[in-house]
Write a protein that binds this ligand. Structure first.
Ligand SMILES: *Cc1c(COP(=O)(O)O)cnc(C)c1O
Length: 422
């Protein structure tokens, strides 16, 4: 497969080419449920592998430190215009190398080392870069953290307000990596205003849902929107920072020269293509289908006795607490992997177990929806998960092998974007 698909690579470096080919097979045959992953289109894949890669472009369109930018400037300006149009923002910076550096640029723009910053705690569903201790953001800044309510698994906005008013953080982050429910950006905005804080919506997970109108937009509520481009947005690995004009200079200066050197122009091109795709009516349909599939999958899991954090989902993501099934998250995740169902183990709020061996698994529907699976397929997906988790509890490898074959069978009927047909 690889020789015809990547002829130059296969000729030059057959060993590496064989790894890529194996990954293509893996991504084609498995049911990929990691909610931060997706399949990019063939067009995004092509744009990301172009000779734009060969160009150094420190600076911004029209203000570069290197000559020969006539084409690169058009690529970046197009990506910026498309980001502004799609998200309804005044300013966009498409240069951050990924979500974590994008967030670091926000700190550089608005805070000094030692300042208090506030975000959701990592084990509650926040991100490392929201001031968690092991991250630079938690050691160079004083991170204070909010969580969710024990019973409901929902953000307690009154508690967030109390903490913000007590601590007066320079920056408040909302958004996270394991939040199955809608984020109330207006509520965060009123809290940030009262506390005198810069409010950042980190929509890395839900950017595609926002673009497609399947989650409310933070635009108009927050000072800065930070997002990756490679999750529900279906672009290449990268990130964007978007803001009102008043913060444009601070954000741009923080990204370059504050934090980065030359932008990855081939990635900028891929982002531009993804933003174009996300502006089409078909992407609106995609975003709504992602949510419909997640709700159907959640319902089917509940029917099979699974305990879901917050009782279900409003978006693309489901957090399963496996305590009642008697299987640790890691054991379940590894068994599911052997069954051709790729998930990640994850802490659940107030998890009594350790982060490296937590009680939950996190799943989502962006990838399977990109392949065309619909609501009607979700009971089968839930049934496979249920059989695999039960098999994990009993150590029954034969069941996992059967599920793997059934999964591969269904996936063969739903070719993935950007991958060879078989
Ligand atoms: C994925 C994610 C990031 C980090 O993105 P990377 O590209 O992995 O650095 C930041 N914030 C949130 C909320 C995320 O989900």
């Amino acid at each position: 497969m690889s020789a015809s698909r990547h002829p130059a690579l296969s000729a030059t470096d057959p060993e590496l080419a064989s790894f890529v080919a194996a990954e293509e097979v893996l991504q084609a045959e498995t049911l990929r449920l990691i909610p931060s992953e997706n399949y990019v289109s063939a067009a995004v894949l092509e744009a990301s592998g172009t000779v734009l890669q060969n160009k150094y472009s420190e600076g911004y369109p029209g203000r570069r430190y290197y000559e020969g930018q006539q084409n690169i400037d058009r690529v970046e300006a197009l990506a910026v215009e498309r980001a502004k149009g799609l998200f309804g923002v005044e300013h966009a910076n498409v240069q951050p190398y990924s979500g974590s550096p994008a967030n670091l640029a926000v700190y550089l723009a608005f805070a000094k080392p030692g300042d208090t910053v506030m975000g959701m705690a990592l084990p509650m569903g926040g991100h490392l870069t929201h001031g968690w201790g092991v991250s630079a953001t938690g050691s160079w800044f004083r991170g204070v953290q909010y969580g969710v309510q024990p019973g409901t698994g929902l953000i307690d906005y009154d508690a967030v307000r109390d903490l913000a008013l007590a601590e007066r953080p320079k920056i408040i982050f909302c958004g996270g990596t394991a939040l199955p429910r809608t984020i109330d950006f207006a509520a965060f905005a009123s809290i940030a205003e009262e506390a005198g804080s810069v409010l950042v919506a980190d929509v890395a997970h839900i950017a595609g849902l926002i673009a497609g109108g399947a989650h409310p937009s933070p635009a108009g509520h927050v000072d800065v929107i930070s997002t990756t481009t490679h999750k529900t947005l279906r672009g290449p690995r990268g990130a964007m920072l978007m803001c009102r004009e008043e913060h444009a200079k601070a954000i741009d200066k923080a990204v370059f020269p504050g934090l980065q050197g030359g932008p990855h122009n081939q990635t900028t091109a891929g982002i531009a293509v993804a933003l174009h795709e996300a502006a089409q009516p078909s992407f609106t349909a995609y975003a709504h289908q992602v949510v419909a599939n997640a709700k159907a999958l959640a319902a089917a899991l509940l029917e099979r006795g699974f305990d879901l954090v917050s009782g279900g989902t409003d978006n693309h993501l489901i957090l399963i607490d496996l305590t009642g099934k008697g299987v640790p998250g890691k054991t379940a995740a590894k068994a599911l992997d052997r069954a051709g169902i790729v998930v990640n183990y994850n802490t659940v709020p107030f998890d009594p177990r350790k982060p490296f061996d937590p009680s939950g698994v996190r799943i989502g529907t962006p990838s399977l929806t990109s392949r065309g699976l619909g609501v009607a397929h979700m009971p089968a997906v839930a049934e496979w998960i249920s059989r695999a988790v039960d098999a994990a509890a009993k150590g029954d490898e034969a069941v996992l092998a059967v599920v793997r074959a059934e999964v591969a069978d269904l996936m063969a009927a739903f070719p993935a974007p950007g991958l060879p047909l078989s």
